[in-house]
Design a protein around this ligand. Structure first.
Ligand SMILES: NC(=O)c1ccc[n+]([C@@H]2O[C@H](COP(=O)([O-])OP(=O)(O)OC[C@H]3O[C@@H](n4cnc5c(N)ncnc54)[C@H](O)[C@@H]3O)[C@@H](O)[C@H]2O)c1
Length: 256
């Protein structure tokens, strides 16, 4: 039956940045599809709450305080996940940050921080989990890119974010090419403006909000729960012939 292909029953997945926003929604979506979840989050307070919520719905969950830009922290998280669950079936690289600032004003430290979280963090996590997946000859990785990796947003300036997300899309293709022979599929999701803490304040801002809404053919921001089924699709057998792809979920923003 076709719906069985979407099941994650008996599987274990890691979600980075699972303490709030899209990451929390992904943790719930994967758990609803049957998976046990490792919440790899830098914020101990929000990360442990998500883990408790997952356990409350009858799945196993492990919170591990993790800074994705720190390779030692990432490797320790993967060790702990393997120590608890013995395997990792899929990895969702979701943690990300943004800085809105004109290019000529961006400080070196802020440039590096955005690139380190959004791009290097995706690489460190993929590499650490990828080694385990190569040994098992199976696995799926889903990277959260952004429509900002395909277009340049306006009116806000966000050069480091845009560059980092474009790089995530190509990192996805590079890993997909290298690891296809190991039966590891690597895909990305490129969301448009979603109703989370990252974007919500700007929708309320008269300078941004109105401009953003007019640029979205569907005329509204996306709700985090509208991404959950896409993530389950990419984590499951339902997408068995997909790799290196970027699925755009943006209410039509990139059409215009
Ligand atoms: N909200 C949007 O409109 C939108 C659109 C496109 C893409 N995205 C992407 O989706 C992802 C999630 O965004 P969101 O809107 O839920 O943001 P958010 O700010 O609500 O949540 C991000 C989470 O990542 C965690 N995090 C930040 N730095 C970390 C680090 N170094 N190590 C581990 N965890 C860390 C934060 O603590 C937080 O829990 C990001 O990659 C973002 O770029 C968001």
């Amino acid at each position: 039956m076709v719906l069985e292909k979407f099941s994650l029953e008996g599987q274990v997945g890691i979600v980075t940045g699972g303490g709030q926003g899209l990451g929390k929604t992904f943790c719930h979506a994967f758990a609803d599809a049957g998976a046990d979840i490792v919440v790899a989050e830098v914020n101990a307070e929000t990360g442990s709450v998500t883990a408790e919520e997952i356990e409350a719905k009858g799945r196993q969950a492990l919170f591990v305080k993790t800074d994705v830009k720190n390779q030692d922290s990432v490797n320790a998280m993967v060790e702990q996940a393997l120590g608890t669950f013995g395997k990792i079936d899929f990895l969702m690289n979701n943690a990300g940050i943004v800085q809105h600032l004109e290019a000529e004003k961006v400080e070196a430290a802020d440039w590096r921080n955005v690139l380190e979280v959004n791009l290097t963090g995706v690489f460190f996590c993929s590499q650490a989990v990828g080694r385990h997946m190569i040994a098992r000859q199976q696995g799926r990785i889903i990277n959260i890119a952004s429509m900002s990796g395909l277009i340049v947003n306006y009116p806000q300036a966000q050069v480091s974010y845009n560059a980092s997300k474009a790089a995530v899309i190509h990192l996805t293709k590079s890993l997909a090419a290298e690891w296809a022979s190991h039966n590891i599929r690597v895909n990305a999701i490129a969301p448009g403006y979603m109703n989370t803490a990252m974007a919500r304040p700007f929708f309320d801002d008269p300078e941004y909000g109105g401009v953003w809404i007019k640029a979205i053919p569907m005329g509204r921001p996306g709700e985090p729960k509208e991404l959950g089924p896409v993530a389950v699709f990419l984590a499951s057998e339902a997408s068995s012939y997909m790799t290196g792809a970027t699925v755009v979920v943006d209410g039509g923003y990139t059409i215009w």
